[in-house]
Ligand binder design. Structure first.
Ligand code: CO
Length: 151
């Protein structure tokens, strides 16, 4: 009987540990002067109250020449968001104001800078098709990755 109680407790702890490890709520990326993010895939959970975006630009070039941001959108919307951003121009950080297709986005930064932003986890659906990318003109060709969303 005593053994059974201990075994049950152990299982409970394992289940708790597993859940905690699975709930990542931060999209942490760095971008460099070679127009690359350090990751091609990031996983977050739709159950997160808030999804944080943390971007560090590890290069040296200024934002006007090698600006980076992190924009999250449904994959089929990426091209439209990018086109609207290019039209909005540098002063707008290459992102159209109040674009409903933008689910989350950081400011546009240059080398040596870092920035943070956040958006509600409820914006994302588990299993949905999402992409993170940089909206500086031409960058999304290289600077994009898959945002995997778990329950
Ligand atoms: Co960029």
């Amino acid at each position: 009987m005593k053994h059974l109680v201990i075994a049950t407790l152990g299982l409970g702890l394992l289940a708790f540990g597993g859940t905690a490890a699975a709930s990542n709520c931060t999209i942490k990326l760095s971008g460099d002067d070679r127009m690359q993010f350090d990751k091609k895939e990031v996983t977050v959970s739709a159950s997160c109250k808030t999804i944080n975006i943390e971007l560090a630009h590890t290069g040296q070039l200024p934002a006007a020449a090698m600006g980076h941001n992190v924009v999250v959108a449904a994959t089929p919307d990426v091209q439209a968001v990018n086109a609207a951003g290019a039209k909005a121009g540098a002063a707008a950080g290459y992102l159209a104001k109040d674009d409903p297709k933008v689910l989350g986005a950081t400011a546009m930064i240059g080398g040596g800078e870092s920035t943070k932003a956040s958006f509600p986890g409820s914006t994302l659906k588990a299993g949905g098709d999402y992409t993170f990318f940089c909206s500086f003109p031409g960058h999304a060709a290289l600077m994009k990755g898959k945002l995997v969303v778990t329950p």
